[in-house]
Write a protein that binds this ligand. Structure first.
Ligand SMILES: NC(=O)c1ccc[n+]([C@@H]2O[C@H](COP(=O)([O-])OP(=O)(O)OC[C@H]3O[C@@H](n4cnc5c(N)ncnc54)[C@H](OP(=O)(O)O)[C@@H]3O)[C@@H](O)[C@H]2O)c1
Length: 338
C-alpha cells in the first residue's frame, strides 16, 4: 500500500487530489497539509468530502514528510530548497506548479524566477505519460505539466512525423474555466467580473507558451506558437483550438491521430468536435482534427478538464506509473451527461 502527502490541500489541485486519492485502492494513508487550516477537519473545508475523508489538515514542512509520495501544489517558495533532501529520503515527488517544467535554466528563471538548481532541472521528468512514460517509470521527481500545455501538446504531438507543416506559425487559442486561476480570490476573478464575460488575457505572452514550445520542439523543428488564453464564464474545462498551416492535405489525418494514441488510456480521438461537457470530471483528453483544403490548414480541437488531465488526474496517473501500478487505478472517472 502507498502513503501520500498533499502539500497545499486546501487549493483546487489539492481538493481534486484528495477526491481521487481517498478512493484510490492502493492508497492507505493521506497527509493533507495546510498552513491556514491546520487542525481543522478537511471536510469542514472541502464539504464534498464529509463522511468520506474527515482527517484534519496538518502544517508540516517538507523536512518532515516521510510518505512514499508527495504532491506539492504550493507555489514555488523557500520550500523548493528542501526538495533535494526530500528526494534523497526516497519520497517520490510530483510538483504541480510551473517551476522546472521548462528544462532550459535561463528560461525557467526568466519565467518563474527564484530558486536555481541545475541538478533538479536535469533530473526532473516532464510528467506527460503519452510522451515520457518510460522516463516517468524511473523518475523520482516529476514536474506535472500545465493545463493549457497538456491540451496543446496532446493536440499536436501526433503530427510530429508529417511533412510540410508550417511550424513557424502555429496559432492556438484556448478557453479555460475559472478554476484554472486557483482558489485565491482576486478582483478579476470576482463573480460579477467573470459572470457573463469572456476574457482574453496575457495575449502577448503567457508562461505556458515557452513550456509548450520547449516540449514540442523535441518533436518538431523550431516551432513557434502564437498562443492566446481566454477565461470563460464556467468552472472547469479547457478547449484548445489549434491551427497549423500545411500546403498539402495529410494522408488520413484522423488515422494518424488514432495510431499515435492507440494504446493511450486517457486520449480519445473523436469523430465529433470535442466539447468540455464530455471530459469534465474525467481524466480524458478528447481530440479531433480536420484539414481545410481551401485555407490549407489543419484545425485540431482538444478538450480536457484542467483540474484532472490538466492537473491532479494527470499527477495521479504519473504516481501510478512511478509506482508500477496499473495506470488507470483510481482514475476510472467519466463525465456526466447532461
Ligand atoms: N487550477 C488549475 O487548473 C491548475 C492546473 C494545473 C496546474 N496548476 C498549478 O498547480 C498549482 C496549484 O494550483 P491551485 O489551483 O491548486 O492553486 P490554489 O488553489 O491557490 O492552491 C494552492 C495551495 O498552496 C498552499 N500554499 C500557498 N502558499 C504556500 C506556501 N508558501 N507553502 C505551503 N503551502 C502553500 C495553499 O494552502 P494553505 O494556504 O492552506 O497552506 C493553497 O491551498 C499552481 O502552481 C498552478 O499553476 C493549476
Amino acid at each position: 500500500m502507498v502513503s501520500v502527502t498533499v502539500v497545499g490541500a486546501t487549493g483546487y489541485m489539492g481538493s481534486e487530489l484528495l477526491r481521487i486519492l481517498v478512493k484510490h485502492p492502493k492508497v492507505d494513508k493521506i497527509v493533507p497539509t495546510s498552513r491556514t487550516h491546520a487542525g481543522k477537519p478537511v471536510s469542514t473545508f472541502h464539504r464534498n468530502l464529509l463522511n468520506v475523508f474527515d482527517d484534519v489538515f496538518v502544517d508540516i514542512d517538507l523536512a518532515k514528510i516521510d510518505t512514499d509520495v508527495a504532491f506539492i501544489t504550493a507555489p514555488p517558495g523557500e520550500w523548493f530548497a528542501e526538495l533535494p533532501q526530500l528526494l534523497d529520503r526516497g519520497v517520490k515527488t510530483i510538483t504541480m506548479g510551473g517551476k522546472f517544467r521548462i528544462k532550459d535554466a535561463q528560461i525557467d528563471k526568466e519565467v518563474y524566477g527564484g530558486y536555481e538548481n541545475n541538478d533538479l532541472l536535469d533530473e526532473r521528468v516532464y510528467g506527460l505519460p503519452e510522451l515520457y512514460r518510460k522516463e516517468i517509470k524511473k523518475a523520482r521527481f516529476i514536474t506535472n505539466p500545465g493545463c493549457y500545455a497538456t491540451s496543446v501538446i496532446l493536440g499536436m504531438s501526433a503530427l510530429k512525423n508529417l511533412k510540410g507543416l508550417d511550424t513557424q506559425k502555429v496559432v492556438v487559442s484556448s478557453i479555460s474555466g475559472t478554476s484554472g486561476a486557483g482558489s485565491t480570490l482576486t478582483e478579476k476573478m470576482h463573480h460579477p467580473e467573470v459572470s457573463g464575460n469572456i476574457r482574453p488575457y496575457n495575449t502577448l505572452f503567457h508562461r505556458h507558451t515557452p513550456e509548450i514550445e520547449s516540449i514540442l520542439n523535441e518533436s518538431f523543428q523550431d516551432l513557434k506558437l502564437s498562443f492566446i488564453p481566454i477565461v470563460g464564464d464556467y468552472r472547469r474545462g479547457i478547449v484548445s483550438n489549434i491551427t497549423i498551416f500545411a500546403d498539402n492535405e495529410p494522408k488520413d489525418l484522423m488515422g494518424t491521430y488514432k495510431k499515435f494514441y492507440q494504446n493511450e488510456p486517457f486520449v480519445r480521438i473523436t469523430s465529433e468536435i470535442p466539447e468540455i461537457t464530455n471530459v469534465v470530471n474525467s481524466n480524458y483528453c478528447d481530440i479531433n482534427s480536420a484539414y481545410d483544403p481551401k485555407k490549407k490548414r489543419i484545425i485540431t480541437i482538444s478538450a480536457l478538464d484542467n483540474l484532472l488531465k490538466g492537473g491532479s488526474g494527470q499527477a495521479v496517473q504519473n504516481m501510478n506509473i512511478m509506482l508500477g501500478l496499473a495506470e488507470k487505478t483510481g482514475l476510472d472517472l467519466v463525465a456526466g451527461h447532461p
